[in-house]
Design a protein around this ligand. Structure first.
Ligand SMILES: [Zn+2]
Length: 329
């Protein structure tokens, strides 16, 4: 890798990106390596949350949650540990450990049943994750009811549940994902780079579904009212979605921000999971500036369950305000 390659904001298609991709593999494999069952996820049935967005019914499922080690190993990589500790303490959070949770989301438009991301899947079930199908069932949705699966990006916690025992987990669904994201993970240039591990998962579980896949670019539509925006940085081709129905709006931000305090209050702090850290920070600020300015709700895959809230712009970043009854009245 050349020095200029490291500093470039857009590394799509260059061999250099493979070196930066190492954290993604750790991210994808970390859950499977976690052996300790998690007491907070032993609830039966799993946590689900429903609300109405105009004419759309939204269902958020808690696929799982896991203790994820010291916050400083993932967030604020470019900050002194004391700075992280101060911010965490000020927000009533422990400084030695954080919990990451996973929130795949179903949107029932009345004519389509659309699932955004598929959770950790079977590989994580023994450790208390991979509860998406169970959660959907608790709300009355069977796997064959899903008509469209949208994959925001191809990290393991988003594609882990797309197959079940080698067969499509949602047998009647077609698929929608980002063209740039698919191209990156299926490119032969990933072989022999740190991105290879995650690529193997994509080749085994996503590529076989390609003939049923629609590939979107910026501005592409999933269905009427659900529009893609390119949000690169976390991965090269991550898509986020503007969702509008009858004048109500929600932005599904996927992994643009991965922690409601550390990523939102300090969007510039480097995150281990962002494959291009500078681009990840730039995208984070662009997206959450828009959400703060427009005063609309967002749904973030790793936000505290039910993963929906608002942001208020502050001097250095954004204050997360969880949703309460805004959609009920
Ligand atoms: Zn994720």
């Amino acid at each position: 890798m050349t020095k200029s390659g490291i500093g470039r904001r857009t590394l799509i298609g260059t061999a250099g990106l493979g070196v930066l991709a190492a954290p993604a593999i750790i991210h994808a494999q970390a859950f499977a390596q976690e052996k300790k069952p998690l007491a907070i996820d032993r609830v039966v049935p799993p946590d689900i949350h429903k609300f109405k967005l105009g004419g759309f019914q939204v269902l958020v499922v808690k696929d799982g949650a896991r203790p994820s080690g010291a916050p400083g190993e993932t967030f604020g990589l470019n900050q002194p540990p004391e700075t992280l500790a101060t911010l965490l303490s000020r927000n009533f959070l422990p400084t030695d450990q954080f919990v990451n949770s996973f929130a795949p989301t179903l949107i029932d438009t009345g004519s389509d049943v659309i699932l955004f991301d598929t959770g950790l899947g079977k590989a994580a079930r023994a450790q208390g994750g991979g509860r998406l199908i169970e959660g959907l069932a608790a709300a009355g949705y069977m796997p064959e009811d899903i008509s469209i699966i949208v994959i925001t990006h191809m990290h393991g916690d988003h594609i882990g549940g797309i197959m079940e025992d080698g067969k499509p987990a949602f047998p009647k669904a077609r698929y929608v994902t980002g063209q740039a994201e698919y191209d990156f993970w299926t490119d032969a240039a990933r072989a022999g780079t740190p991105a290879e591990g995650n690529q193997k998962a994509v080749l085994a579980n996503v590529k076989p579904l390609a003939d049923k896949m629609t590939f979107l670019k910026e501005g592409g539509e999933v269905v009427s009212g659900i529009t893609a925006m390119l949000a690169p940085g976390h991965t090269p081709g991550m898509l986020i979605f503007n969702i509008e129905s009858q004048g109500k709006r929600l932005v599904l931000t996927a992994d643009t921000a991965n922690h409601y305090v550390l990523s939102l209050q300090r969007p510039d702090w480097e995150v281990r999971f962002d494959m291009d850290k500078a681009q990840g920070a730039a995208t984070r600020k662009k997206v959450f500036d828009m959400i703060a300015t427009d005063k609309v709700a967002f749904l973030g895959y790793h936000m505290p369950f039910p993963a929906v809230g608002f942001v208020e712009k502050q001097e250095a970043g954004y204050r997360f305000v969880p949703k309460s009854y805004q959609f009920d009245i």
